[in-house]
Design a protein around this ligand. Structure first.
Ligand code: F6P
Length: 360
């Protein structure tokens, strides 16, 4: 079984449902199976940056009820790149060495990082630079991490977006309106296409497929002419204007976030079809809340698998889900390709086969 290990765990990047369930699984496997110690590090790598290091020893009893708790009990950040860390005076500083020192100061044998592709790239860079024994677990509501077929948080987000579409159907029909639901997903349209099909949307727009307003309005008119004078539409936040402009807003630290394409489309659709439109921006509701059964299941699977990789000292790997099983993949290879919706893939073909307009 090897010597008694001391491992750290952190959550990095945007939060999502299922993170606490992963931490719970890791603690159970590490403590109950292997007899190790587990330390939860606060606010992604920032807990290792401060002195004294901000971490808490996690016992199975302590995390017992974390299975269904939303968010992350350890805190996180998606703006704290340690290689260009935003300082209070507005400058950016490389603080990677402070994090690496923090890891060694805590006496850790390994670190389990739960994050998306951006976080994994940063954690791996730190690991290579500082001799950190890293194992990664993919999480993201965007479902855009390389080759894994599942990422923690995606299923819960799709469930929520589907429920929103279900609800919009009733009010759309009652008022003879076009209801537009804007969902998250960063540059990928996974949430939009999955929830759109599951929620019976009539129009789905994703950034991977160019659209024209004429096609959208054609679909709305076609439905009107057949006596269906309402339509439900889902649009991914990264969809651009018809002229190709992304709709973003500037946030703190000079970062941009998507948001507003739904409102743009509503205005254009009213102009070209005469339909009354309303917009719902689902936003961070997709990230919070109780994780779905599938996300809890994946959390258990990934948590146990990650600890087993540490036991085998198989570091620098990400646990992924492929063809019904866990497959550890070197982190560099796992995040090399950004996973977008395949315009020729099964989901797109399904949507078209169901008569859903994709705008093209
Ligand atoms: O990556 C997850 C995500 O929720 C994206 O879908 C979205 O574009 C972004 O994060 C929002 O980030 P923030 O929490 O900084 O507003």
């Amino acid at each position: 079984m090897g010597h008694k290990k001391r491992i750290g765990i952190l959550t990095s990047g945007g939060d999502c449902a299922g993170l606490n369930a992963v931490i719970r699984a890791v603690v159970h496997r590490a403590v109950c199976t292997y007899g190790w110690e587990v330390f939860g590090i606060y606010r992604a790598t920032q807990g290792l940056m401060v002195r004294p290091v901000e971490a808490i020893q996690l016992h199975p009893k302590y995390v017992e009820n974390w299975l269904t708790v939303g968010g992350t009990q350890l805190g996180t950040t998606n703006t704290g790149n340690p290689f260009a860390f935003p300082m209070p005076d507005g400058t950016f500083r490389d603080r990677s060495s402070e994090i690496i020192e923090g890891y060694h100061e805590l006496g850790l044998d390994a670190l389990i990082g739960i994050g998306g592709d951006g976080s994994m790239a940063i954690l791996r860079k730190l690991a290579v630079q500082g001799g950190i024994n890293l194992v990664g677990i993919p999480k993201t509501i965007d479902n855009d991490v390389g080759i894994t077929e599942r990422s923690i948080g995606f299923d819960t987000a799709v469930n929520l977006a589907t429920e929103a579409l279900d609800r919009l159907h009733f009010t759309a029909a009652s008022h003879s309106r076009v209801m537009i639901l804007e969902v998250m997903g960063r540059d990928a349209g996974h949430i939009a296409i999955s929830a759109g099909i599951a929620g019976g949307a009539h129009i789905i727009l994703i950034p991977e497929i160019p659209y024209t307003l004429e096609n959208i309005c054609g679909k709305i008119r076609e439905r009107q002419e057949s006596g269906l004078n309402f339509s439900v539409m889902v649009v991914a936040e990264a969809v651009r204007t018809e002229a190709g402009e992304p709709i973003t807003s500037l946030q703190s630290h000079g970062e941009y976030r998507f948001g507003g394409i739904g409102q743009y489309l509503a205005h254009q659709i009213t102009l070209c079809s005469g339909a009354e439109t309303r917009v719902t921006v689902l936003g961070h509701v997709q990230r919070g809340g109780v994780p779905s059964p599938l996300d809890r299941l994946t959390a258990g699977i990934f948590g146990v698998a990650a600890v087993d990789l540490v036991a085998d000292e198989k570091y620098d790997h990400l646990v992924t889900w492929q063809n019904r099983q866990v497959v550890p993949v070197p982190i560099e290879a796992a995040i090399a390709t950004y996973n977008r919706v395949d315009p020729e893939g099964s989901l797109v073909r399904t949507a078209r086969g169901l008569g859903i307009c994709l705008g093209s």
